[in-house]
Write a protein that binds this ligand. Sequence first.
Ligand SMILES: [Zn+2]
Ligand SMILES: [Zn+2]
Length: 291
Amino acid sequence: MRTGIFFFYQEGERLRDFPQALKGILERENVFFYDAFYPSKPTSSFDLESVSHEILYEVHSPGMVEEVRKMGIFEGALLSASGTIRAAEKIWTGEIDHAFVFTGYGDHHAGTDFFGGGCYFNGAAIAIQELRKRFGARRFAIIDTDAHHGEGTWEIFKADPDVLYGCFCGYPSWEENNKVNVNVPMKVKDGAYLDIVREFLLSKAKPFQPEVLFWNWGYDGTQGEYGDIGLTPEAHILLTRELKEWAVEISQGRLITILCGGSRRDLAHSLIPRMIAVLAEVHKDEKKISK
Ligand SMILES: [Zn+2]
Ligand SMILES: [Zn+2]
């Protein structure tokens, strides 16, 4: 499978070890690196374009876009969303099979007319509207394993039954119009968490048969993080394996993993290369070679 990595250079601690922490992965033939924003790098054919206002307006109100402009993070917010949008296009046109998107600012707290919690533009939502407009795609699923509730994503697709949204958070379980909130206990073991996600995939996502599966992945629920729900780092690796396999079954392998919450540099460094290695089947190949 061909793995696209959509890179975003973020000022600050979290992604300080990237992209150099991807050494050994980036060199592989089935891995494609698309660079969204890296101030010190020379321009290359893999540079990502920013997104136009017309594209933003497919999801967000002009007034909200203007408010975000005043926040001093506008370019970073645009390029974060751009990674997800380009990943979706390249997957749809068959250039790559699945993707990992680095972002500076996430998705799920950004709604039609509001933003907050480090989210300014809803990259997954914009990507969905782009795929619909440009390619006639219709049905999508978003699985959200950030520790917090995604009120922005929920609101954007509230009236849209063709987007299945599974939000795993501390709020009570409820469901409306293919928006599904799945309650996660305050403290949960890895195995129980995986069971909860698996149950959603089996009972909701599989029968829904989305054309693309988006994964709003946050690591803020990891032990010691700001949204600690008791998960160990290993839970994220297991989730990656699981979702990659489920995507083959339910969305023709089309999976877009989007970095959302999480703040620790050490966790980003230890988790993200391993997750991308799972997507790109790095160790599977190594095993083959060593046989
Ligand atoms: Zn969060
Ligand atoms: Zn929720």
